[in-house]
Write a protein that binds this ligand. Structure first.
Ligand code: HDD
Length: 728
């Protein structure tokens, strides 16, 4: 079906409206309908159970009550063992550069086709009801509903993983989950069992650098990168293979909050990321990512200083550039969280012709685990029939029956080969799009071994640490001090310092100081600590490389996209008597720049400007908190300034925004308010704030609002923390 693309005027092939509007047939929209039981009997009274007399016992025969209660009693399904807490949205993927040279997958070769997708973001360790702002890896799972079947890219916001072999996954997850005796702590890695395991797993060193960096506390799902992590294969029409790494690059840049802020948000709004995604889509500010690939010819497999099959390694972007080939846009919120976000079932093994696996031992194990987990979580083998999991192309095979079967297969033939059914369904030849696995040659002995090429655990951890800006390094050190500070077993802390020492001596020393430990001398390639008696010593001796690449700009968020306040939330602190002219000019300027303003005042309802205009208040100082906003503006107005000076929560708001390195702008007549803060204490009129370019004081409101918008586009002024004078 062809449709005119209204923006570009180009012809855009759309898979079909019904397909783009996934689930359309399954959506129930109640419109003047009468209430019925699940059997279709109309219900006359949904308020009272059937009783023997109005004060008598409830009767067993009340089938309406029993049906309602039974359904309710069975409403919960097991939450995901990992990634239980998440939020999702519908959208489209559109290719703008064909990869036909490398793959036959239609969705990677056909330009300007809108492929429907559903994306689910998640944290890993916490339960379904835990906070969005836990320090954790974020899941970034994308289901592409392509014409050739579903392709799931089940990735994370970090490009590497903790372990190299799926055999260790249950151990990793047991270690990070709440400790089993008392189920403490929830959604946190800062406890003994996690670090005990990590301190005995040198292969996790690189991932630990990522997990302790600010990547683990994103500002928004919309501001995260995504990675397929493993090396996959692309297969073209001639059957030739290339290795590939998949990337998602957010158009809004990669941004994070401060750790102190994350912890406060967890209390003030544990749904912060979920709400942010929902609101952005409702407001029409559709989140977008570029889709990128790093392509490596098969002949180059052994050209790198690391093994392409090792999931604890990246392929640096300086070594193999990321080619941007398409865009992902999320543009529709789910209608029903359970039916869509909860019941979606991803699987690394959902691939289409043109994409294939590699022998990465983590990936190989995942190929088993995902179907297995859906069987228990979704209660049987027919979870692919749930509307959110159905492919958009029609499926035919001889699978039958099982719990919750939806499809009504007709006829008596459910086997192949058959003659009674005319041979249907037929096997698809390759020319008809049949999937044929890449015929990788394997000639090997059956062994429980890990390749020696997987034994360099520290060089990329070092590359990551050395690529960070100074504030990022400080945050990483603070995170390690925090996490290990919560570990009660001193031997575990000591082992971790030993691991860190293999990465970077200054890093180890800085963490050790915070833990009151001394750093032992480094011995090349050998960890200084004792290992479990039954351990395989090969896991503890690392082949130490010095990567030829010393730093990689792509690894630091300091180099991300900045300059826009699009979809950012700006807090405006005001009270009765606020300067109406400057407030309305500010709001207009922020709206024009794509941001939104939230008026925060001593009380809800409305405030009156100095000109008498009523302005409705969005939040009071009690319902709002500085951590929920990106930047703060204080407009002038004598009476408003007087009121804010008396409002200790307003002063706290500004102090906290300063501590979290946010942009603060205040009109010059608000000086009495600023004088109450710790960062502008003692300031007198005419003084310039000696702080940084993120704190602005101005006499000319229109000039000030311009400077404010430009500064807020920088996101944060992390350098503010460097003198380490910002109180904890
Ligand atoms: Fe996994 C869920 C990502 C390793 C086993 N995983 C899950 C989700 C994401 C990832 C994003 C949530 C999907 C959703 O939103 O429903 N997992 C990863 C990445 C890994 C990884 C990027 C390493 C590169 N996972 C991994 C291993 C195993 C699993 C090694 C087991 C061998 N993962 C699971 C699982 C989950 C899961 C237990 C839980 C719920 C689900 O699958 O559907 O099967």
């Amino acid at each position: 079906m062809a449709k005119k693309n209204q923006e570009g005027g180009k012809k855009t092939k759309v898979q079909s409206n019904a397909k783009l509007n996934l689930l359309a047939a399954d959506r129930e929209v109640a419109q003047d309908e009468l209430m019925t039981t699940n059997q279709g009997t109309k219900i006359n009274d949904d308020q009272n159970s059937l009783k023997a007399g109005d004060r008598g016992p409830t009767l067993m025969e009340d089938f309406i009550f029993r049906e309602k209660m039974t359904h309710f009693d069975h409403e919960r399904i097991p939450e995901r063992i990992v990634h239980a807490r998440g939020a999702g949205a519908h959208g489209v993927f559109r290719l703008n550069k064909s990869l036909a040279k490398y793959t036959k997958a239609m969705f990677l070769t056909q330009l300007n086709v809108d492929v429907p997708v559903f994306v689910r973001f998640s944290t890993v360790a916490g339960s379904r009801g835990s906070s969005d702002l836990a320090r954790d890896v974020r899941g970034f799972a994308v289901k592409f509903y392509t014409e050739e079947g579903n392709f799931d890219l089940v990735g994370n916001n970090m490009p590497v993983f903790f372990i190299q072999d799926a055999m260790k996954f249950p151990d990793l997850v047991h270690a990070v989950k709440p400790e089993p005796n008392n189920e403490i702590p929830q959604a946190a890695s800062a406890h003994d069992t996690f670090w005990d395991f990590i301190s005995l797993m040198p292969e996790s060193a690189h991932m630990i650098m990522w997990a302790m960096s600010d990547r683990a506390i994103p500002r928004s799902y919309r501001m995260m990168e995504g990675f397929g992590v493993h090396t996959f294969r692309l297969i073209n029409k001639n059957g030739e293979a290339h290795f590939v790494k998949f990337h998602w690059k957010p158009r809004l840049g990669v941004h994070s909050v401060a750790w102190d802020e994350a912890q406060i948000i967890s209390g003030k709004d544990p749904d912060f990321h979920r709400r942010d995604l929902w609101e952005a889509i409702e407001n029409g500010q559709f989140p977008e990512w570029d889709f990128g690939v790093q392509i490596i010819p098969e002949k180059d497999e052994f050209k790198f200083e690391f093994d392409l099959l090792d999931p604890t390694k990246i392929v640096p972007e300086e070594t193999v550039p990321v080619q941007l080939i398409g865009t992902l846009q999320l543009n529709r919120n789910p209608d029903n969280f359970f039916a869509e976000t909860e019941q979606i079932a991803f699987h690394v093994g959902n691939v289409v012709p043109g994409i294939d696996f590699t022998n990465d031992p983590l990936m190989q194990g995942r190929l088993f685990s995902y179907t297995d987990t859906q069987l228990i979580r979704l209660g049987g083998p027919n979870f692919h029939e749930l509307p959110i999991n159905r492919p958009v192309n029609v499926i035919h095979n001889n699978q039958r029956d099982g719990y919750g079967r939806q499809q009504i297969n007709t006829g008596r033939v459910s086997y192949h080969p058959n003659s009674l059914g005319g041979g249907c369904p037929f096997q698809a030849k390759m020319t008809q799009g049949g999937f044929k696995s890449y015929a990788e040659r394997i000639d090997a002995s059956k062994v429980r071994e890990r390749s020696k090429s997987f034994r360099d655990h520290f060089s990329q951890a070092r590359l990551f640490f050395h690529s960070q800006s100074l504030p990022e390094k400080n945050h990483l050190i603070d995170a390690l001090r925090f996490e290990l500070g919560k570990v009660k077993t001193v031997a575990v802390r000591e082992r971790m310092v030993n691991i860190l020492q293999q990465i970077d001596t200054d890093l180890a020393a800085a963490v050790a100081v915070g833990l009151g430990l001394t750093v032992p001398k480094k011995s090349a390639g050998q960890l200084n600590h004792s290992v479990p008696a039954d351990a395989d010593p090969r896991s503890y001796e690392s082949i130490q490389y010095e990567m030829s690449l010393k730093t990689s700009a792509a690894l630091s968020m300091a180099n991300t996209i900045k300059g826009s306040i699009s979809s950012r939330k700006i807090a405006v602190l005001a009270a009765d008597g606020v300067n109406g002219n400057s407030l309305s000019a500010l709001r207009q300027a922020i709206r024009k720049a794509g941001g939104s303003t939230v008026i925060i005042a001593p009380h809800l309802g409305a405030i009156k400007t100095d000109g008498g205009e009523a302005i409705s208040v969005d939040e009071s100082f009690l319902t709002a908190a500085s951590v929920l906003y990106d930047a703060v503006y204080v407009p002038g107005g004598t009476k408003s300034v007087d009121a804010l000076t008396q409002e200790s929560n307003a002063i706290h708001f500004l102090n906290q925004a300063y501590k979290h390195c946010k942009v603060i702008a205040a009109e010059s007549d608000t000086l009495p308010v600023l004088q109450q803060t710790y960062f502008a204490e003692g300031l007198s009129s005419g003084d310039k704030l000696k702080s940084d370019e993120g704190v602005l004081l101005g006499t000319n409101p229109s000039k000030l609002s311009k400077l404010f918008i430009a500064a807020a586009g920088q996101h944060r002024f992390w350098e503010r923390e460097i003198p380490r004078k910002v109180p904890a």
